[in-house]
Design a protein around this ligand. Structure first.
Ligand code: PLP
Length: 460
């Protein structure tokens, strides 16, 4: 296997690189000094750049391509829909694939999460869900319940609402002033408990109890929504303790606070169940989804709503949900989503995540032997590695050292793409569900090597 970054760029690569740096303004990217790598094609769990280098896509694009790259069935479904109806909106009207997709998603969600609002991505889903929660309270005569609780280290996208619920400083500070009424809570982050407690020892689930404390502090008449990723992702892949969501949901119910579980990463199988909230004991009123809904073949997201939420929007024009966008329910995106879900069901890919996920988790946990690896955690096909300068104190490296960034780059040179996140202190691994055990072995071996290289460079 030809791996690593080619020494000499090709002519095609050179032209693309010039146009990239000259014209394309990509998200979250410092272009100055960037050495462009341009992806050209992909197959299964492998992606190839314009120089012919190949990489294991250990992050499934951006935790997205869950069914793997190059699925002909999805291309065929999009083409078949194009031949019939490429675009028609769903404002007071509908198109066939959007109806079928909504019914399919509703059938996959447990309980009475029966209503589905289609969007084009995760941030838009969060934006929509928060607006839904606000209008829900207003429709029921509780218009003052506008406040939104969110958590430290959360990531919900880049709209102004998502940014206001952003728990990573680097992603929010530059955009102040943000929206009023967003209240930050400590995260259920046992490795770095905000209350200085140790799970299983002196922990009293302070992270869950703080929800009631803050509702009472701000007043139940003002707090309307609790927004949280079922499992924090971009903040460092942080599964909550099992007591967390059941306690939070009980509190929220008692104070008529709607729970939004952000399932943009965990939805559609990644955690080993169809939805993360099923295994983390949560009972959300609203669920935000994207990524795995279409495996990214076309932009697609959704908000799932329970019956009682939906009912609050019935009964007259002034009750209707007054939000949406031109491309909500787009026929081609819906067709891609349907074909994707059919593959996940037919090929039993959720079951595969539950079966192969532990193999990935076990392999990655061997990396804990490294002196700079503080923690390895995750569930199913999603894992995070957190780096520390000192295992005993759990102190992070200063940003100037950039240990996680260095490991990511060393792994990339060796043909494995993992992601830098967790405020720059973590790497995340979230491969397509179809990844083989052999490819998982390669990911673990390459990370082992990459961490070793960085350790030697840092003098460990
Ligand atoms: C939990 C979560 N919510 C929302 C989003 C935003 O999704 P998008 O980038 O599609 O707007 C992300 C993106 O990674 C996410 O991880």
């Amino acid at each position: 296997m030809a791996k690593g970054i080619a020494e000499e760029p090709s002519r095609l690569g050179e032209q693309l690189a010039e146009d990239f740096l000259g014209h394309l303004w990509p998200p979250f990217t410092q272009l100055q000094g960037l050495k462009p790598v341009i992806m050209e094609r992909a197959e299964g769990a492998v992606v190839y750049d314009t120089e012919g280098n190949e990489y294991i896509d250990a992050f499934a694009s951006l935790w997205t391509v869950n069914v793997g790259h190059g699925r002909q069935e999805i291309f065929d479904a999009i083409k078949a829909q194009m031949d019939k109806l490429a675009i028609y909106h769903i404002f007071q009207i509908a198109n066939e694939p959007s109806i079928k997709l909504a019914a399919k998603v509703a059938s996959l969600m447990p309980g009475d999460l029966d209503h589905v609002f289609l969007t084009l991505g995760g941030g838009e889903s969060v934006e929509t869900a928060v607006k839904m929660a606000r209008q829900y309270h207003r429709n029921r005569g509780n218009g003052t319940k506008y406040m939104v609780l969110y958590r430290d280290r959360s990531y919900h996208g880049t709209t102004m609402t998502s940014t206001s619920a952003q728990g990573l400083t680097v992603n929010r500070q530059k955009f102040e002033p943000l929206l009023p009424g967003f209240i930050k809570l400590g995260a259920p982050y046992c490795y770095r408990c905000a209350w200085g407690k140790t799970y299983g020892e002196d922990c009293r689930m302070e992270c869950a109890k703080v929800v009631e404390q803050e509702i009472l502090f701000y007043g139940p008449e003002n707090v309307g929504t609790m927004l949280g990723e079922t499992m924090i992702g971009t903040g460092g892949v942080i599964p909550p303790p099992p007591e967390y969501w059941p306690m939070v949901c009980e509190t929220c119910k008692a104070y008529d606070v709607l729970v939004i579980n952000d399932e943009v990463i965990t939805g559609f199988g990644r955690s080993g169940t169809w939805f993360g909230f099923e295994q983390f004991g949560s009972d959300p009123d609203l669920v935000t989804m994207a990524k795995g809904l279409s495996s990214g073949y076309l932009p697609l997201g959704a908000v799932g709503a329970r019956e009682h939420v939906f009912q609050a929007f019935l009964g007259g024009a002034d009750k209707a949900f007054m939000s949406g966008a031109t491309y909500n329910g787009h026929p081609l995106c819906s067709a891609a989503g349907l074909a994707n879900l059919e593959i996940i069901e037919r090929d039993k890919l959720v079951e595969r995540c539950a079966e192969v996920g532990p193999y990935l988790q076990e392999g990655l946990r061997t990396l804990r032997a490294h002196p700079i690896v503080g923690d390895v955690r995750g569930v199913g096909m999603v894992a995070g590695i957190e780096y520390v300068s000192d295992k005993a104190t759990r102190e992070w490296f200063p940003p100037s050292v950039g240990a996680a960034l260095k490991v990511r780059d060393e792994a990339f040179k060796r043909g494995v793409f993992v992601r830098l996140l967790g405020g720059g202190h973590c790497n995340a691994i979230a491969p397509p569900f179809i990844i083989s055990r052999e490819q998982i072995d390669t990911i673990v071996r390459v990370l082992d090597e990459a961490i070793g290289v960085v350790e030697r460079e840092l003098g460990y």
